[in-house]
Design a protein around this ligand. Sequence first.
Ligand code: ANZ
Length: 844
Amino acid sequence: PNRYDFDRLQKKWLPRWDELEPYRTDLDGDKRPRKYVLDMFPYPSGDLHMGHAEAYALGDVISRYWRHQGFNVLHPIGWDSFGLPAENAAIKRQIDPREWTYANIDQQKASFRRYAGSFDWSRELHTSDPEYYKWNQWLFLKLYEKGLAYRKSSWVNWDPVDQTVLANEQVLPDGTSERSGAIVVKKKLTQWYFKITDYADRLLDDLKQLEGTWPAKVIAMQRNWIGRSIGADVDFAIEGRTEPVTVFTTRPDTLYGATFMVIAPESELAAELIADPSVSTEARTRFTEYLTEVQKSTELERQSTDRPKTGVFMERYAVNPLSGERLPIWAADYVLADYGTGAVMAVPAHDQRDLDFARAFNLPVRVVLDTNQPVTGAIPVFPDGEIPDDLPPLDPFSTGKALTGDGRLINSGALDGLSKGKAITKVIELLSAAGTGRAAKNYRLRDWLISRQRYWGTPIPIIHGADGAELPVPEDQLPVLLPPTEGLNLQPKGTSPLGAAADWVNVPDPRDGSPALRDADTMDTFVDSSWYFLRFLSPTDETKAFDPREVDKWAPVDQYVGGVTHAILHLLYARFITKVLFDLGYVSFTEPFSALLNQGMVLMDGSAMSKSKGNLVRLSDQLDEHGVDAIRLTMAFAGPPEDDIDWADVSPAASAKFLARAWRLAGDVTTAPEVNWRAGDIALRRVTHRFLAEAPGLVEAFKFNVVVARIMELVNAARKAIDSGPGGGDPAVREAVETIALGLSLFAPYTAEDMWERLGYPASISAYNWRGADPALLTEESVTAVVQVDGKVRDRLEVSPKISSTDLEALARSSAAVARFLGDREIVNVIVRAPKIVNIATRP
Ligand code: ANZ
């Protein structure tokens, strides 16, 4: 029956694909050029939602496209299956996190399969399987050996509800936890860190390799996150202390303008300075009260510029290394303990925060850079030495506006007259010569805190000896398995639940068998996802994390696809681990993902969908109503993939109708696959070949919506040719409909597969290559060239009026119709009159 029934198609093709496995990749035997297309693997949160539907539809367009271009495509899928949601759900339901996780995976996997992503399911992996997390532990040990994994005690963001540490970007701008909504507090803990800061420069500089193939926005986000500042470290002597205090400044040129020093109240330095006997009891009490206040505020509040400045005088003094001036030392919370050295030289005339502070506490403000003076030209800079009277005043204390611009130095001894840039160089020279300062760089990037005090993650493979020694678990004893949950209380309480698993945590010291303890923390799940793209190449290898031979062939990933929510951390961590593996000699490249596509979000009426807003569109309802193909096509047709899709503005029903219209064409084609296309209707052939020529460029530029629009055009042209043109028996109609099927197979796999079968092909459409466009059909004008064999017209070719004789002859010789008439005859003469006639004479 010529009636399109998506449900029938889905039920028909799904089991066939299971059987045929058309997307299974032969890593070694298949010698075609390779493409590794990877979608960010899903977290098994429950069922698929609209966001997944968009992301995986788009990644699939790219995979299917490269397959049709004759590439051996690897498109694997797995599960990012460790993490807090499973643990929290398990606590709520009093079940094992494994149960929740693997049940979700089963359900989600069935949905994924119905959604018909062209995945190689034979490589499926779960990060929560010991076979996987064993290699997280291996990776940890490699970093540990290199000195890149270490433990330190420091202030961390603490979620008091989930009772776990949070990464900086899990703290929302309003200071609450992205996970639980609780106000995030600071807590001091001893934790494991990966030393990503050692790689800060490379993580920045290598972004150049990604320009043009990664979204500019993501590159900018990476750059800002790493946040490199260039300046100087300056040592200030402290009265009554042997050691100087070093400050980091981006403006060493303003050193003569420093009128006080500010240190972070919670820093060890502050505690030490205030404890000195020379400090009065009143000052010490004021400081202690202030510190208590500070610890209640969030990082964001502290950095906010419009909040009134607070602080206390510490009754201590620093000495300016260039001018010898004595500077009072204050503690104030606008200075952060973990940036630079936690101490700043305050230059209120030229730094707004310092100025606000100076005005609040009536501290001196000294201008050292005349921002009214141009920085180019001789001194004196004003012609005739006359100073115009409309210049802004150099009085920041009164105006409240710091002078942040460029200018010439004043009030700065030997530096007077220099521009800002020259003065920076000069000050660094002077300080370096005196041994009281040096050029320095600073980064916003912090080391990667990987310890989590939770159960559902990878155990850290370290044993703590009674003497405090850190003892790596020997590699042949990996994996350190997670103990069963029986008898453990997973309720968050600030220490890892694993610590209560007595049989598990108590182990003999590997050195002498004396009592020792396993490290009870588990790893941040970002460790799992920092290298999973390598594991897909040898997912069942029990002897190594990944197979370097396959890695050499397949990695880095040619095209990575995923949400912009991962634009910072996941990508940064994967980039970092790749560089570490490069340094260790395991991989030969330094960037894991050669190209990146970020899809937008699916919105409803202009806002993100959520249960609480009541604007949730359930994917399963949409799939039941319109079919998988219509939803996938709608996702691709909605607009450029980077843009958000508002589900209220699209029409899956219209997509379904269009697919039915396309599918019916296949039933109207009455010719066999072997038909000679050249004999077909020229106007239709032109439309077909224009599409064949342009679609690849459009797909590669991610203009999927335009490709869909072109397929629609072609469908209209084919329908017209059938109904009111040469009819379904015309070879050009077959050519057009086959092209439609190939085009649709990027977006609507069930429909395309079924059309292909109806068109008479035995194998899955994914095994067929895209067709080349005939250049002769792309020129707007064309003429008909007649090909004669022994005086009889045997074929007509549509060619460009400018075609050369050689090309025309070649075209004529390659015509199937001509070949049929030539048979075994020997050609004795060919006369070509381009562009009109080719005359072939033979001898029987
Ligand atoms: C003196 C100065 C004069 C500064 C001036 C700026 C302008 P970025 O660009 O973010 O790296 N600073 C240094 N450590 C700090 C900390 N722990 N908490 C808060 N502020 C800190 O900023 C570097 C500048 O921020 C440094 O340069 C320092 O102030 C301040 F006209 O030193 B500056």
